[in-house]
Ligand binder design. Structure first.
Ligand code: PLP
Length: 394
């Protein structure tokens, strides 16, 4: 046993923060860290955003929670706004990404069931995927390290290699209900799915009567410079899971669906106690107010370019540390030449926070509100970190 009363499931950095201000996190003894981890793409508007603080504190004085036994006007409003801004007609609110995925999986299975195909319950996913840590979502993610020791893998998930169209076509059977994919793999190492591949997925779904489920838990809410990453491709899903950025740090998730896809989700078939409570909805609506402001997403795209170009220059300078830059918007990855844990520790020494990911990548997920100066400062720190690790510098 370790010295802590906490489960030992997290390998935490020896750092505790007391306060946050925009893109900065501040320790008890006043040390300032530039936060390009963003609570793993959660703090979409940084720390202590005045509009979010106001929305949460105002709601906290009125009402926190009533349960879904009653109408919740904030839910009605947020669902209508999400529907208006996306492919979706219907929304179910949850507390987390994994729960949003659970709802997405259940929605797809129920759709097939309601349409006379109870035999269609299997879902095809892609290697490197991450969909959460519940029993169903670890089965969907298919990663052995998350499945090991937790008993039989939940039935109904088939996995094919990333980007392998032939394997995908072979994996479709009369039992297949849906395809599930992240338009940009986050945990998997900021791996973008090609637009042509997404288009092909849509066609395959239409040909075979399958539903297309997108996991935009990490890539959504402006992260890639559009409200949702799928918008870059022009391919609309039938169902989509979101979370992380929509709450800006308050736990909020949602499953979005077309009216057709949500057909089977009738009264009583699914539920949640906490999902969509008044506090969560106040914050979710406030996040959307900011992200949907005229010019906000264009500014994210502009800043993303600045950052990506700067990162490419650092990679050119230290090719023995950084192999390349990937990703879009403010969801960027540094493919490392040396272990990404080493690079992450060097970044932390420069007081820059980032997140390691699969495929030996370091994720950079700054708040969407990050300033140009903060991006330049981060680039300088990344350059110093890379320099400290490189053999090529004197
Ligand atoms: C974080 C994440 C999840 C799981 O979200 P939780 O809130 O941790 O349950 C699912 N899918 C993707 C793509 C994620 O990045």
């Amino acid at each position: 046993m370790s010295g802590s009363a906490l489960y030992d499931t997290f390998a935490r950095a020896p750092l505790a923060f007391e306060r946050g201000e925009g893109s900065w996190l501040i320790t008890q003894d006043g040390q300032r860290y530039l936060d390009f981890a963003g609570g793993i793409a959660v703090n979409s508007l940084g720390h202590g955003h005045p509009a979010l603080v106001a929305a949460l504190t105002e709601q906290a004085g009125k009402l926190w929670h009533t349960s879904n036994l009653y109408e919740i006007p904030g839910q009605t409003r947020l669902s209508e706004r999400l529907a208006a801004a996306t492919f979706a007609d219907k929304v179910f609110f949850t507390n987390s990404g994994a729960e949003a995925l659970e709802c997405a999986i259940k929605t797809a299975r129920r759709y097939q069931y309601a349409n006379g195909h109870p035999e269609k319950f299997r879902i095809i996913t892609f290697e490197g995927a991450f969909h959460g840590r519940t029993l169903a979502t670890i089965a969907a993610g298919g990663q052995q390290k998350y499945l090991e020791g937790f008993g039989p893998k939940v039935e109904g998930f088939d996995q094919v290699p990333f980007g392998d169209l032939e394997a995908l076509q072979k994996a479709i059977t009369p039992e297949t209900a849906a395809l599930l994919i992240e338009p940009v793999q986050g945990e998997g190492g900021i791996r973008e799915v090609a637009v042509s591949f997404l288009k092909r997925l849509r066609e395959l779904c239409d040909e075979h009567g399958l539903l297309l489920i997108l996991d935009e838990v990490q890539s959504g809410i402006g992260r890639t410079g559009k409200l949702f990453a799928y918008e870059w491709s022009g391919v609309a899903p039938d169902i989509m899971a979101i979370a992380k950025g929509i709450g800006g740090g308050f736990p909020v998730g949602a499953c979005l669906a077309t009216a057709r896809a949500a057909e089977g989700m009738t009264a009583g078939v699914h539920g949640t106690t906490f999902g969509g409570n008044q506090l969560a909805m106040a914050v979710g609506n406030a996040v959307l107010d900011v992200v949907l402001e005229e010019g906000f997403l264009e500014d994210v795209q502009r800043k993303a370019l600045l950052m990506k170009q700067g990162l490419a220059a650092v990679a050119d300078e230290f090719p023995d540390v950084i192999e390349g830059v990937r990703g879009s918007g403010l969801m960027l990855g540094l493919k490392c030449r040396m272990p990404n844990g080493t690079v992450n520790a060097a970044l932390r020494d420069q007081k820059l926070l980032a997140v390691p990911a699969g495929d030996n990548v370091i994720r950079l997920l700054p708040p969407l509100t990050v300033s140009d100066d903060e991006i330049r400062e981060a680039l300088e720190r990344i350059r110093s970190a890379a320099g400290s690790l490189s053999e090529t510098t004197a």
